[in-house]
Design a protein. Structure first.
Length: 314
């Protein structure tokens, strides 16, 4: 009996080891399949959501910027840098937005990776006021019409640069998403039509809504941070000048990015010595699911409601 028990134990041990070997082989095969899958890497989460709607299941889409991150200041890890170098296509905003990521994108491009600077391809505008005057404005996504143009450009590059994707599927996905953006733009215009022309004045925590202003007939009175980047800081004279502009224009609300503390906007509120609301907007980053702006479409609808409420009521 003891010998039989030992033989039985030996057989069970060998069977277990065989199972481990087979499981390990299966796991390696799965990893190889994932590595062989076409890869698109996207820098910002706004572009990431747009790209995922276009690509669908045709390729692996990796988004570098997490929910709530500031595109001007976010950095990437070593594994994320490696993913850029190994991608079939890198989609990035450009126009100076991703200040800490651009060198990785440029290095990948020099190594032969296909890249797409979306902002450069959608008829960018320049800032008109503040420290960044005459520099290109990277915040094109606040204009849904330009985003609709971007969808077609991204779809074209995906079909040309990413191997083994189904062009018909990419085209179908892009058309369906373009229809949603068209519906969004129409709805936004209807909402903004309720704001009297003389009240369509925007003050924000930094210059981010120039494209929206151009598309829907708003005037940018100024920004708490007189720059296109959140990395800048306002001076005392900046605050004084802006307070004077607000008083002259009779602005009813200041719009501050929801991912940033609105301390500066509150300071300006005190400096201006007038009653003005501080209204949060989702300007440069999507949020986690359930926090108000988990997708591009949700973000734009939330901002439209906030602007309409902040400026359209007496």
């Amino acid at each position: 009996m003891p010998g039989r028990s030992r033989r039985t134990s030996t057989r069970l041990l060998l069977a277990s080891l065989a199972g481990v070997v087979l499981l390990g082989a299966s796991g390696c095969a799965g990893s190889d399949d994932e590595e062989d899958r076409p890869s698109v890497v996207v820098t910002t989460n706004v572009l990431g959501d747009i790209t995922r709607n276009i690509v669908g299941d045709e390729a692996e889409v990796t988004v570098l910027m997490q929910a709530g991150a500031d595109p001007h200041s976010f950095g990437i890890s070593a594994p994320q840098a490696a993913s850029i170098e190994q991608a079939d296509l890198v989609v990035y905003n450009g126009l100076g937005l991703e200040e800490n990521v651009l060198r990785h994108v440029e290095a990948a491009e020099e190594a032969g990776v296909s890249t797409l600077a979306v902002g450069d391809a959608v008829d960018p505008i320049t800032y008109t006021t503040g420290d960044s005057a005459d520099e290109p404005d990277p915040h094109f996504w606040t204009d849904p019409e330009r985003v609709r143009t971007a969808v077609g450009i991204i779809a074209e590059q995906v079909t040309e640069q990413v191997p083994d994707v189904d062009e018909a599927v990419i085209g179908k996905n892009a058309s369906a998403y373009e229809a949603q953006i068209t519906e969004l733009a129409t709805w936004m215009r209807q909402q903004f039509d309720g704001i009297p022309a003389e009240q369509r004045r925007l003050v924000t925590n930094h210059h981010v809504f120039g494209y929206l202003a151009q598309r829907f007939g708003f005037r940018i009175v100024g920004a708490v941070i007189p720059s296109g980047t959140t990395l800048a800081s306002p001076s005392a004279s900046d605050l004084t000048s802006l307070a004077s502009a607000i008083e002259t224009a009779g602005v009813k609300a200041i719009f501050a990015d929801s991912s940033q503390p609105d301390r500066l906007a509150q300071v300006l509120k005190r400096e201006s010595d007038i009653e003005v609301a501080v209204v949060p907007l989702f300007s440069e980053s999507l949020t986690a699911k359930g926090e108000g702006a988990a997708t591009y479409l949700e973000m734009m609808r939330a901002n439209t409601r906030s602007i309409s409420t902040g400026l359209g009521t007496e």
